[in-house]
Design a protein around this ligand. Sequence first.
Ligand SMILES: [Fe+2]
Length: 307
Amino acid sequence: MAITGVDAITYGVSNMKLCRQFLADWGLKRVRSSATSAIYETLDGSQVRIRPRGDKSLPKAFAAGSTVREVVWGVTSKTELSRIRKALERQGVPVTESHGMLRCIDPAGLGIAFRVSKCQKVKIEGTKFNVVGARDRIDQPATFYDRARPVSLGHVVLNVPDLKKAEHFYRGVLGFHLSDRYPGDAVFLRCQPTGEHHNLFLLETPDGMAGLNHVAFEVHDIHEIVGGGMHIARQGWKTAIGPGRHPISSAYFWYVENPCGGLIEYYSDVDYVTAKWKPRDCARTAENFAEWAVNGGIDGNSRRQKV
Ligand SMILES: [Fe+2]
């Protein structure tokens, strides 16, 4: 199945005004905004949409409070949309279709949808570093960021009550590829054999509750993570943990509490893998979550660790 990545995400939220402010501070471009509906975009056109959580047009909530109500996966063509529809129907999954969008409910109770991707490739000249063996930035100081402008919506992390069922649905039915796993506890999945280490991470929680863990946005480099995180801190939003670095996927990260629901993450320098990649069984430990991390973040004004 030619699923390309997360095309859009829709949250149902308690406080539209607060969430609109947050998404603007996060660095997304406002496409449309009113008291009852707002749409924001990354540089590549992936969208974050918010609506009041009582809005009847939203799919049913799979968790209490403000949370994600629908994840829209981009696919390559209409033909692929038909293939997905057939694959879902073969499994007895009820599917609806309107305005070029297929909709269903995943095994955790989350609304998911598929559409021909509206994301566009953005031409970006990669950051030049002066590391040993590759002096790429000559007669030129490095970039310092006042804030972040996320390039793309890279991955979604879901807490699921039944990992086996969720894994079967995303891998067995929709054709996601396994990148790594915490045996029995979690799987890191990517849409295509070649691509970023994960577009979807499914995590079985000890309480067996479904919910949104986090949504992650790719930025240009580690420097934009730090500039973006400090900007978010200056606007009064709360860091959960970061900056830091994940051993699994190798990405740098910074996690912030999101009023739209769950956490939200800036990340960069994630592993990019191909069909040659061998999935690993990893221990679910604090060391495997973060090689290192700053608890509570860096204060945006003092530019020192928050105390
Ligand atoms: Fe993440």
